[in-house]
Ligand binder design. Structure first.
Ligand SMILES: Nc1ncnc2c1ncn2[C@@H]1O[C@H](COP(=O)(O)OP(=O)(O)OP(=O)(O)O)[C@@H](O)[C@H]1O
Ligand SMILES: [Mg+2]
Length: 330
């Protein structure tokens, strides 16, 4: 099973939209896909599930917050729940606004783990252990995790649980600046995790948890063209666009290689996503991928445009799957 996170410290760059459309394209190819909403904003859950379904997940305590709550309350370990089936081969573990409470215990857990204290591993591996357990229960081939736009301790746990991560970005100043923060954070977390495991081994404690490898690979970036400022001259946009490969190399590839992360072969860019304008909100309201919209939901030329996006999202899905399989075999 491969766990892929969509991660960028910069907000609003299309992470959630990409996770959902790429994941449903993977599912349409017959792969078994589990979506995990790790962003307390819960946008992925709202996009994937009807209001009623999400409300009943909250009232029946089957969101990711409820799975992690025993750790937050220090009353026990993670609880695996049944994810919600949304397609023949796609499921969702819904998010919750109070997932943010996990941030209150994660930093202490991390400090304890780095010191080799087994209690700290319970928290620091919580996302990995929960997600692998739920994914196994549905025999998932791929887990796609949507992360919130920050380099906080919940995301650290999620990124170290991942086999690889995809960076959605936009051609603008802060999106490119964010690459440095993402690269420096992840390249700090990897050796800290190694140190934690060494400390644990030195103490020769018999440990029953599965530990993630903790060496997520940067699988590439996806550049969003939709945030191109309509009023700005095309030249400004081209200027930022041309800087992306270099910034990605310096900000992500070099620091991650230096800590032993495997960088898959191929271009750093996985692809570009154009402005799909009103098709995106229509798809969100109907809990569908853009390419799933019917001729009633998107009419005429819009419907053709919507269906044509399958080629884009399925190409991205194939490339991400190929790359994550390559790094897992490495
Ligand atoms: N290809 C696209 N064309 C047009 N609009 C888009 C496209 N992709 C995303 N959007 C819109 O841009 C906004 C941000 O997208 P999205 O929520 O996917 O970004 P995000 O990176 O997940 O944001 P956050 O950091 O807040 O989680 C949303 O309003 C979404 O509807
Ligand atoms: Mg989002």
């Amino acid at each position: 099973m491969n766990i892929v996170s969509f991660f960028n410290h910069k907000g609003g760059v299309g992470k959630t939209t990409l996770v959902f459309n790429i994941g449903l394209a993977l599912a349409r190819k017959g792969h078994r896909v589990l979506f995990v909403d790790l962003d307390p904003q819960t946008n992925l859950s709202s996009v994937a599930l009807s209001d009623d379904t999400l409300e009943s997940a909250v009232s029946s305590a089957t969101t990711i917050r409820d799975c992690l709550q025993p750790l937050v309350e220090r009353s026990g370990d993670v609880i695996a729940v049944d994810p919600i089936k949304i397609r023949d081969t796609a499921w969702v573990l819904p998010g919750h606004i109070q997932l943010s409470q996990f941030e209150e215990i994660a930093p202490t857990g991390w400090t304890e783990a780095v010191a080799g204290n087994p209690g700290g591993f319970r928290t620091s591996t919580a996302v990995y252990r929960l997600v692998t357990r739920i994914a196994s229960s549905i025999a998932a081939d791929y887990v796609l995790m949507d992360l919130g736009p920050n380099v906080g301790s919940l995301n650290r746990t999620a990124i170290l649980a991942s086999s690889g991560f995809v960076i959605p970005l936009a051609p603008d100043l802060f999106s490119l600046t964010a690459l440095e923060s993402v690269g420096s954070s992840v390249s700090l977390w990897i050796p800290e995790w190694e140190a934690a495991i060494s400390a644990l081994q030195r103490r020769a404690i018999d440990f029953s948890f599965d530990l993630p490898i903790g060496k997520p690979a940067p699988l590439g970036y996806i550049s969003q063209q939709f945030t191109v400022y309509r009023q700005e001259p095309a030249a400004a946009y081209r200027r930022w666009n041309s800087k992306i490969p270099r910034k990605y190399e310096d900000g992500i590839v070099k620091p991650l290689k230096s800590v032993g992360s495997h960088v898959p072969s191929g271009s750093y860019s996985l692809g570009e996503v154009r402005n799909l304008s009103s098709l995106v909100p229509i798809a969100q309201q109907t809990n569908k991928a853009v390419f799933e919209l019917s001729g009633v939901e998107a009419r005429g030329a819009q419907h053709t445009r919507a269906k044509d996006t399958y080629e884009l999202f399925s190409g991205l899905a194939t490339d991400i799957a190929t790359r994550v399989n390559e790094v897992m075999d490495a």
